[in-house]
Design a protein around this ligand. Structure first.
Ligand SMILES: [Zn+2]
Length: 467
């Protein structure tokens, strides 16, 4: 099956063909760095990281641009409340986002542009829109520049809405300067005490929507392949991006992919609901790789309703996969990932990135591999393990690969392995001389140190106790 995606704009599944052969350009609306990320923010990062990895696996050279919105009303309000500069707030939160993406194994984007670093590009785009009659500076001298919604008949096509049924954009306190309440701000005129930049239409700062059009065009060209983001950004943000770029004469995104929300008891996660789950808290309860598995396992368009129980179930499911790989490597020696993933797994990921379907194939291979281990069929077990590693690699979840295997930790594991072996040999010797009290004492000491010993037909094996 060839690669296909559900395209929000077409409202149907479409075969994917890139603009340029062998290359894919991908834009993802990144963080508005108002606060440290919660799990809902990072879901999109993980979903599109898997998309990028899958495209790379298929042989495409991927240019991945994920922006940072480093200025907006809320960032300015926080800075004012704390008595610090606005950039101190965005810098701090951007670092928290970068840490969270890294800790969950998301590959860094090809480029991560910040809005305030692209003012000239925004001025150029506004100039084109004004020249073509699709934008206008506010007549009240405020410095605001608005997009003229009624001048663009296709406004509403992405979110499938009719303009005559839309409410006002609600992005300014004073709507009087607008020709129509639905017109949205491209540029916000300077207010006292706020940061501002010069433009031909007065000093001010970027509107949120304009920056994504300006930055995607700069790094990916006027027409590019895939635009991604959370479905909560569909309107007004993505609708406005599309309108600005198309009205200026740019082709913009050819496919629109939206990931589903992460909810808690059916409600969208947000700080205002007081139900946010921050990444540092979560990675204390499960390991980062388990949290990634939890976020990755659902098809990207589906809603994930967060529960602690489901998180722990995902961690256990991942541990079963990991346990199989550990045992397979112990019995069969080193197992390299297979060069190709199984056909059914490829078909699942080609079908609108259906990771949950792909995981069914993966767990099937784990079951088959475990049965082979029990029967002592080494080669078959190794074959399954190679397939499992190949599939996990595409999902960024291979426990035997970077970043989950740290080289220093591997060295440490060898040392611990040698020490545990000495202890286990003494335990065997104690048993042989029927000194069961000594044998049990050795086992208890290992347990106290966090080492779980399991007796298998191939002799005792150990692993670190979880939790
Ligand atoms: Zn955006």
């Amino acid at each position: 099956m060839s690669l296909r995606f559900y395209d929000t704009r077409a409202r149907s599944v479409r075969d994917f063909a890139p603009l340029r052969e062998g290359r894919v350009s991908l834009y993802l609306c990144g963080a508005t760095v108002q606060a440290a990320p919660h799990i809902g923010h990072i879901r999109s990062g993980v979903n599109f990281d898997i998309l990028r990895r899958w495209l790379t696996y298929l042989g495409y050279e991927v240019t991945f641009c994920r922006n940072v919105t480093d200025i907006d009303d809320k960032i300015l309000n926080i800075a004012s409340d704390e008595g610090v500069e606005w950039w101190a707030v965005s810098e701090r939160n951007q670092r928290a986002f970068t840490w969270a993406y890294d800790v969950l194994g998301c590959l860094p984007p090809s480029v991560e542009p910040r809005a305030t670093g692209h003012i000239p590009e925004m001025i150029e785009l506004m100039g084109r829109l004004i020249d073509k009659g699709h934008a206008y500076p506010a007549g009240d001298g405020s410095g605001d520049v608005y997009f003229d919604v009624l001048s663009f008949p296709r406004y509403g096509e992405l979110s499938n809405q009719r303009v005559d049924q839309m409410r006002g954009a609600g992005d300014t306190d004073d709507e009087r300067a607008k020709r129509d309440p639905r017109d949205f701000a491209l540029w916000k005129g300077a207010r006292p005490g706020e940061p501002s930049w010069d433009t031909p239409w007065g000093r001010g700062r970027p509107g949120w929507h304009l920056e994504c059009s300006a930055m995607s065009t700069k790094y990916l060209g006027p027409t590019f392949d895939i635009h991604g983001g959370g479905v909560d950004l569909l309107f007004p943000h993505h609708e406005n991006e599309l309108a600005q770029s198309n009205a200026a004469g740019d082709g913009f995104a050819r496919y629109w992919l939206h990931n589903g929300m992460l909810t808690m008891s059916g409600e969208k996660m947000s700080k205002s609901l007081g139900n946010s789950l921050l990444i540092p808290d979560l990675v204390r309860r499960v390991r980062p790789v388990e949290l990634r598995y939890y976020l990755a396992q659902a098809q990207y368009r589906s809603v994930i309703d967060f529960s602690e129980e489901a998180l722990q179930e995902a961690a256990s499911a991942f541990q079963r996969v990991e346990g199989f790989l550990t045992r397979a490597v112990e019995i069969a020696g080193t197992v390299a990932p297979a060069a190709q993933v199984p056909t059914e797994f490829a078909a699942a990921l080609n079908d609108d990135l259906n990771v949950s379907q792909g995981l069914a194939t993966l767990h099937g291979q784990v079951r088959e591999g475990n049965a082979a281990l029990t029967e002592g069929a080494k080669e078959q077990a190794a074959r399954c393990a190679a397939n499992v590693r190949a599939m996990l690699g595409v999902l960024g979840l291979d426990p035997l690969a970077h970043p989950w295997v740290d080289s220093r930790e591997t060295g440490l594991r060898e040392v611990v392995d040698a020490l545990v072996s000495v202890a286990l040999e003494q335990r065997q010797a104690a048993r042989a001389r029927k000194d069961y009290a000594a044998a049990d004492a050795i086992r208890d000491q290992l347990t106290q140190a966090g080492i779980v010993v399991e007796d298998t037909p191939h002799g005792p094996r150990w692993e670190l106790r979880r939790n």
